[in-house]
Write a protein that binds this ligand. Sequence first.
Ligand code: C5P
Length: 228
Amino acid sequence: MSSPLIVALDLEPKEAMDLAKKLDPEDCKLKVGSKLFTSSGPSIVNSLNDMGFKIFLDLKFHDIPNTVYGAIQEACKLNVWMTNVHCSGGLEMIKSAKKSMLENSESTKTIVVGVTLLTSIGPTEAKKIGINSVKNQTIELARLAKEGGLDGVVCSPQEVKNIKQNIGREFLTVTPGIRRRSSKGDQKRISTAQEAVKNGSDYLVIGRPITESKNPVKSIKSLLKEVL
Ligand code: C5P
């Protein structure tokens, strides 16, 4: 079974490369997000691809449909394994992302998923941006992603069960917010790796619990034991 772990490289370029050199593409995929991409751009994606890693380009595009079409086109040219848009950009934007993926993917299709609601947003924060029910909002955005033809969603591990029940088992769920019970940090809607997989999560995005670990390789191996 292939590894469901995606390591978020929210690091300086040198730190990211040093960590990647220690890791095995069989054990994890790598996520290049806005910090690393802003500092290093396409070249870091190419380097990591050349090392044999599957790359999740996590730039959470959220713009008018034409602009998002162009952004997904460029992501496809970089041969990334997965990329994403914000579902709250609306159905037309989602459809445009999907169309771009179909028209611009290389031989292997890039997976496009939609961000529902950031896992750092809890109920109090949600109210401040006009969202009364995190649960309803997440499911509505997941429905929109499905309607627009996306492959799945990024969501909290706590919402996976509900999404799978309502949208379908084959609809991918990618879950950040993975923590040991004791350490939450800025993430609010969290669970352990084991719980996430038990609830049906297809891929687990894990950043600081690995990148800030004294021994990241050991942490990955122990997480793999937990989830495989
Ligand atoms: O360090 P930590 O494990 O919290 O990292 C989680 C990663 O997942 C970060 O790179 C963050 O940008 C990303 N992410 C998230 N919530 C989402 C989507 C992506 O935390 N809804």
